[in-house]
Design a protein around this ligand. Structure first.
Ligand code: ADP
Ligand code: MG
Length: 455
C-alpha cells in the first residue's frame, strides 16, 4: 500500500495539526493519489473502494483552496441523499476546524426552504446539498455560484445516471466557466464513463481499487425458499452486534422490520417514505446502538459511514452489481472486518451466477444453516431526546455531566451523544433509562430545564 504522510503535501501547519487531532496519521491510497492534483486545481475522476476516505480526499483539497476572507460560495458538493449530504457536511466541518470561521451550509430537500433562505442571506463558503434543492435556490436566485472554484460530485456515478443527470446539467449552467470538477465514487459503469467527459477538462483519472487491499468482507450467498426463516436462523447463529438488511422496496423494508419485531428481534426501517426527521431519528438510533437492526432500501446503500457495522444482509438480491458493492461496503470500513450475506431464491440462480467470478465468494444452501430455537435481539441502549441543541450552546459534556453527576449514572451507562441545531440525542443503557428520564424531566442541565422524551 502507498502509505504516506499528510505533511508531504503543501498544506498549512494549522490544517496538518487538525488532521493530527483527528488521528488521520497517514493518507489513505486515494488521498495520496488525488490530493496533490486536487491542490493543484486539476479536474479529477476518481474511483476508490468504499470506506477509503474519499470525503477527505476532496474535502482537504477544497478547504485548502478556500479564501476564508471572501464570504462567497466557493465550493459546491452534490450528494444523492440528504443523509449523505449531512455526513459529508459533518466530515467537512471536522476537517475545517483548523480555521474558526469557515461556513458550511447544507441545502437538501425535506428541510424548510424559508430557513435555508435565511441562512443563505448570511452567506457561506461551502454548500453541500442534493441536486433538486440546490437547483431550486439557483433558479430563485437565492444562491449564487459566480465565485465557485470547486464543484464536487460525491457518489459521482449515481449523480450522473438518469435519475440526476438532468438536474446536475442544469446546475452546471450556473457555474463560472473556469472551475475545478472532482468526481468521486466506488464504482463507475460504462454509461456514466461516457457522459463524465462532458463535465471534465483535461482530467486526471485515478483508480486505486487495484492497489488498495480489498476490504476484508466475508461474502456468503445462501439459496433459500424461505427467506424470512433463513434470515432469522442466520441472525440467531451469528448473533451480530448490528446489521443493515437491504430490501429492494420500501414496502418490504417496512414489512420485514415489523415481522422481525413481532419475533422479538428489534429492528427499525429506513426508506424514502419517511419524513426527514424520522429518517434522522432512525439513523441516530442505529448508530448509537438503540436498535441492532436497520432494514433499509437503497437510500442507505451509498456512502453512509456507520462505525463498526458487523454485518450487511441482502434480503433481496440487488438489481445491479454496483449496488451490491455499495451495499456491502457499509461494513468492513477503514480496515475493519465485515460480513455480507446475500439471500436468493431458486429462480434467481442465473443472476447469481454473475457473482461467481470472484473466487472468495461462497455459495451455500440455506438448509445447511443450523436451526435456532428462539432468540431475541434487544437493544443495548435507549435514545433520549433533549429539546435543546447547538443554538442553546448545549455541549456533550453538559449532558454527560448532568447524567453522571446529579442523576448518578455510571459512565458506561451513557452512550453516544449527538448534538444538532435544536435537539440533542443521548443513548442511555436500557436498565438506566427510567432513572435518566426522571432526572432530566425534573432536573436541569446547565441550570436550564429542557423537555425530554424517549424514542
Ligand atoms: P468513502 O467516502 O471512501 O466511502 P469516507 O470518506 O466516508 O469513505 O471515510 C471512511 C472513514 O475513514 C471515515 O470514518 C473517516 O473519518 C475515516 N478516514 C478518512 N481518512 C482517514 C485517514 N487518512 N486516516 C484515518 N481515518 C480516515
Ligand atoms: Mg463517500
Amino acid at each position: 500500500m502507498n502509505l504516506s504522510k499528510f505533511s508531504k503535501l503543501p498544506l498549512t501547519q494549522a490544517m496538518l495539526q487538525n488532521l493530527d487531532t483527528l488521528d488521520y496519521k497517514m493518507m489513505t491510497p486515494i488521498q495520496a493519489e488525488a490530493l496533490p492534483a486536487v491542490l493543484e486545481g486539476r479536474d479529477i475522476m476518481a474511483e476508490a473502494k468504499t470506506g477509503s476516505g474519499k470525503t477527505a480526499a476532496f474535502g482537504i483539497g477544497l478547504l485548502h483552496n478556500l479564501d476564508v476572507k471572501k464570504f462567497r460560495v466557493q465550493a459546491l458538493v452534490l450528494c444523492p441523499t440528504r443523509e449523505l449530504a449531512d455526513q459529508v457536511a459533518k466530515e467537512l466541518r471536522r476537517l475545517a476546524r483548523f480555521a474558526h470561521n469557515i461556513k458550511i451550509l447544507m441545502l437538501t430537500g425535506g428541510e424548510s426552504f424559508g430557513k435555508q433562505l435565511g441562512s443563505l442571506s448570511h452567506q457561506a463558503h461551502i454548500v453541500v446539498g442534493t441536486p433538486g434543492r440546490v437547483l431550486k435556490h439557483l433558479n430563485k436566485e437565492s444562491l449564487s455560484l459566480e465565485d465557485l472554484n470547486t464543484f464536487v460530485l460525491d457518489e459521482a456515478d449515481r449523480m450522473l445516471d438518469m435519475g440526476f443527470m438532468e438536474e446536475v446539467e442544469s446546475i452546471m449552467k450556473f457555474l463560472p466557466r473556469y472551475h475545478q470538477t472532482l468526481l468521486f465514487s466506488a464504482t463507475y459503469d460504462d454509461a456514466v464513463k461516457a457522459v463524465a467527459h462532458k463535465l471534465l477538462d483535461n482530467a486526471l483519472h485515478i483508480k486505486t481499487t487495484t492497489e488498495e487491499t480489498p476490504n476484508d468482507i466475508e461474502e456468503l450467498f445462501y439459496k433459500t425458499d424461505d427467506k424470512l426463516s433463513t434470515l432469522i436462523n442466520l441472525l440467531g447463529s451469528t448473533k451480530p452486534k448490528n446489521v443493515i438488511i437491504f430490501t429492494n422496496t420500501k414496502f418490504e423494508a417496512k414489512e420485514l422490520s415489523e415481522k422481525l419485531v413481532t419475533r422479538k428481534i428489534d429492528a427499525l426501517a429506513l426508506h424514502g417514505d419517511l419524513e426527514q426527521y424520522e429518517r434522522n431519528d432512525v439513523l441516530v438510533q442505529f448508530a448509537n446502538s438503540s436498535t441492532p437492526i436497520l432494514v433499509a432500501t437503497d437510500v442507505a446503500a451509498r456512502g453512509l459511514d456507520i462505525k463498526a457495522l458487523s454485518m450487511v444482509v441482502n434480503y433481496d438480491l440487488p438489481h445491479t452489481k454496483e449496488t451490491y458493492t455499495h451495499r456491502i461496503g457499509r461494513t468492513g470500513r477503514a480496515g475493519a472486518k465485515g460480513v455480507a450475506l446475500t439471500l436468493y431464491e431458486n429462480f434467481e440462480e442465473e443472476k447469481v451466477a454473475e457473482y461467481k467470478e470472484e473466487a472468495k465468494r461462497q455459495f451455500l444452501d440455506a438448509s445447511d444453516i443450523e436451526e435456532v430455537d428462539s432468540f431475541e435481539m434487544t437493544p443495548e441502549f435507549v435514545t433520549l431526546v433533549i429539546e435543546g441543541g447547538k443554538k442553546d450552546k448545549l455541549r456533550a459534556g453538559d449532558i454527560l455531566g448532568a447524567l453522571s453527576g446529579e442523576a448518578g449514572l455510571a459512565g458506561s451507562s451513557i452512550g453516544k451523544i449527538d448534538i444538532y441545531e435544536r435537539q440533542a440525542y443521548v443513548a442511555v443503557a436500557s436498565d438506566d433509562i427510567d432513572r435518566a428520564f426522571k432526572y432530566l424531566k425534573s432536573g436541569k442541565i446547565k441550570n436550564r430545564k429542557f423537555s425530554v422524551w424517549t424514542l
